[in-house]
Design a protein around this ligand. Structure first.
Ligand code: ATP
Ligand code: MG
Length: 431
């Protein structure tokens, strides 16, 4: 791929990753912060609500002021938690807005000197802000309850100081921001790594594609050049009869045939790459299928003075794509015949065993060196010796074979035959 394009693509990936990570962290941070904040304040409000509805607690407050002595049978021990902890305050108001429990408030009274009675939101939890004696701002959640107006007490106000909570929330916010910065930095690194990682398979497949196109056009050019040369030659002899030029015409026809085979092979490979081919599986009686397929090859082998043995197991009905398996076996038989000399031997063996359909095609031909056994499945790969042979070939037979085997979830294996030659073993799972 063009280097600049590659770089631009990588930067795109990098930015895309970074933006995704950053937004995920940001959204997560905001949600966590909101949840923590509301749940902390919620617990304060719950406390206030609980106290406001706790009659024992309210009467205890009023009694402390000496107002309701001997009036309530409820007075006695409290079963709620000690009501006046440090953060909670109770203020008793007279109807004209005077604090009645100054003595009980003691030094805390200074905190409430600036506090005014507001009867707008009775029985509702509200925010209250006031200033202490040092002019520092104080925040409270508060609820004002009307009393039944006995003696002087008109309202009882419950307050919870939220300044310490605010500090906790602030600290939590700071920690969260620091975490987000750390994760932000981490995500820059991760995005860089991922963009590199993402590009790798794209580059590999791009390179493969380019190689494929180059090889394919190279393979297509050779027969085309031959046909062109032959046709031009025909033009130089306009008076010759077809009989006189039959060899040239026959050669051109051969090349046309080769070209047509090659293009259909290439088309098949291209379609397999784009996953646009689907198998058409049908139940097939394997021995009948193999016999029909092998017969012409047996005749061909006999004509070439080669031994051809067929060894089939019990007849079974299996489900596979008949057309593709036919194509696969032809590719392998074609190789077996192509790479054996006359007098040599080919054995085809088939059996269904341990949930597998096993087909072995052995030949006593030229064999494949161990270091080339993997390479032969590559597209356009042809062995040294096969190149030098007259028998044609494009080096895509086994690439197609491998694809067909994979599509059937099978396995293809190349091993050495004894004393020489190649054994191709095909295994297909039987459902
Ligand atoms: P074609 O595309 O016409 O099949 P090809 O036979 O050269 O051309 P493949 O069938 O893919 O291509 O095989 C690739 C190479 O593997 C061959 O060129 C040959 O070198 C080697 N090969 C395959 N089968 C055999 C075999 N039975 N014996 C020896 N060599 C083999
Ligand atoms: Mg072949």
């Amino acid at each position: 791929m063009n280097k600049q394009l590659n770089k631009r693509q990588r930067i795109n990936y990098f930015l895309m990753n970074l933006v995704s990570f950053a937004s995920i962290f940001l959204i997560l941070g905001v949600i966590v912060f909101q949840l923590v904040q509301t749940s902390i304040y919620q617990s304060v409000d719950n406390d206030l609500e609980r106290l406001a509805t706790d009659q024992k607690f309210i009467q205890h407050q009023l009694m402390k002021k000496g107002q309701l002595q001997n009036q309530s049978p409820l007075l006695g021990k409290l079963d709620a938690p000690p009501p006046n902890n440090f953060q909670q305050q109770v203020i008793l108001w007279s109807a004209d807005g005077k604090i009645l429990n100054e003595t009980e408030l003691g030094s805390r009274l200074y905190d409430f000197q600036a506090l005014k009675l507001s009867t707008d939101d009775l029985n509702k939890i509200t925010n209250v802000q006031t200033k202490d004696s040092n002019d520092r701002s104080l925040q409270f959640r508060s609820i004002i309850l009307p009393t039944d107006g006995q003696k002087d007490i008109a309202y009882i106000q419950l307050l919870v100081n939220t300044d310490p909570i605010k500090g906790t929330v602030e600290r939590f916010k700071q920690i969260l921001i620091i975490c987000m910065i750390i994760f932000g930095l981490l995500s820059i690194g991760l995005s860089y790594f991922l963009s590199k990682w993402f590009m790798k398979p794209i580059l590999i497949s791009w390179k493969k594609q380019q190689e494929f196109v180059e090889n394919a056009s190279h393979e297509l050019r050779t027969p085309l050049a031959i046909i062109q040369a032959k046709l031009e030659k025909l033009f130089t002899k306009p008076n010759h009869t077809i009989i006189e030029e039959s060899e040239t015409i026959a050669l051109s026809l051969d090349e046309v045939q080769r070209l047509s085979q090659l293009t259909s092979d290439l088309l098949l490979l291209a379609r397999s790459d784009s996953n646009s081919l689907t198998l058409e599986k049908t139940p097939v009686k394997i021995n009948h299928f193999l016999n029909t397929l092998l017969l012409p090859y047996q005749e061909l082998a006999v004509a070439e003075e080669k031994q051809f043995t067929i060894d089939l197991g019990e007849e079974q009905q299996l489900i596979f794509d008949k057309k593709r398996i036919h194509q696969l076996l032809i590719i392998i038989l074609d190789n077996a015949l192509k790479y054996t000399a006359s007098g040599e031997r080919i054995i085809v063996f088939s059996t269904v065993k341990n949930g597998e359909w096993i087909i072995k095609i052995s030949d006593t031909g030229i064999g494949i060196p161990d270091d080339k056994k993997a390479a032969v499945f590559e597209r356009f790969y042809r062995g040294e010796e096969s190149r030098n042979r007259k028998t044609g070939g494009n080096g895509i037979g086994l690439a197609i074979a491998k694809w067909i085997v994979d599509e059937h979830q099978g396995k293809i294996e190349l091993t050495d035959n004894t004393p020489k030659g190649t054994t191709v073993t095909l295994r297909f799972p039987v459902k």
